[in-house]
Each structure stands twice: as structure tokens, then as C-alpha cells.
Write a protein that binds this ligand. Structure first.
Ligand SMILES: [Zn+2]
Length: 152
């Protein structure tokens, strides 16, 4: 009976050990995953800043258009975006209705609902995409909205 506390403490140590080893393995695995799959790219923005983000978030202009078509269909009116600040979503058609047809190029850079602009000082706060141009410069744009096109 008198050795019960000691045993318990040994067990606790064992458990702690096992936990820290598991945590270490878990961390190691995470590091490996990061190293293997996450390639980071730095793009100089036309606004004299640069942004470093994962490769999957960087598109050339034509790649970005293809991605939008894949998600929402060929008609740009149905392309949808999400604000990184207020998280609301809108389509280009909704944007045109409120802001006018002449301003639809702002649909993926200026929020329809709040004042957020993807080319502002804080960009998209990591919740956006980067579109690169032929001269190697780039610009931050809003993320595509989660919502798929209606016919899907
Ligand atoms: Zn907003």
C-alpha cells in the first residue's frame, strides 16, 4: 500500500513521456508536411509592397480567370467573391447592380458591403489571392466565395 503513490507517480511520468513523444512526432509530421507541400512565393505588388503566400494562392491573370470559370461558370456576372473583413459574399452581377457596370473591375478588389479594399495597406489579411501580370508584378484580390454557381 505504501508504494501506491510512487507507482502512481511513475505512471504519471510514463504518460507524460508518451504524450510528449506523441506531440513531438506530431510536430515533426507537421514540419514534414509543411516542407513537402507548402511552397511559398513572394510577389511584388504594384502598390510597392510585396506579399508572401502559398503557391496555391498565386495565379496568373489567365489562370485566375480559368479558376473563376471552373467555379462559377463562363459568365463573369456569376463569379462570386468574399470580403476578408466582413466575410460577406457577392456576385459580379450584384456588384454591378449597386455600383454600376462601369465599376465591375472593383468587384474583386473593393468590398460591396464595407470599405475594405484588397489593394489597401493590409491587403487581404491572408484571406485572398494574388494575381500576377506579365511584367512580374501582382495584385491582391479577394478570395472566391465558397458558394458554388446555382446549377451545381
Ligand atoms: Zn467587407
Amino acid at each position: 500500500m505504501c508504494d501506491t503513490p510512487r507507482r502512481r507517480s511513475v505512471r504519471t511520468e510514463e504518460v507524460k513521456d508518451a504524450l510528449s513523444q506523441a506531440a513531438w512526432r506530431g510536430q515533426r509530421k507537421e514540419d514534414e508536411i509543411m516542407k513537402d507541400t507548402v511552397e511559398r512565393v513572394t510577389v511584388n505588388l504594384s502598390t510597392n509592397r510585396s506579399v508572401t503566400t502559398i503557391k496555391e494562392k498565386v495565379f496568373t491573370l489567365s489562370e485566375w480567370r480559368e479558376e473563376a470559370k471552373k467555379r462559377f461558370g463562363k459568365n463573369p456576372d456569376n463569379w462570386r467573391f468574399r470580403c476578408p473583413k466582413c466575410k460577406r459574399e457577392w456576385s459580379v452581377a450584384e456588384y454591378a447592380e449597386t455600383k454600376g457596370r462601369d465599376n465591375i473591375e472593383s468587384a474583386f478588389q473593393e468590398c460591396l458591403y464595407c470599405d475594405w479594399k484588397s489593394y489597401g495597406l493590409l491587403g487581404t489579411m491572408g484571406d485572398g489571392l494574388v494575381v500576377t501580370f506579365e511584367d512580374g508584378s501582382g495584385g491582391e484580390v479577394f478570395n472566391f466565395a465558397e458558394q458554388k454557381k446555382a446549377e451545381e
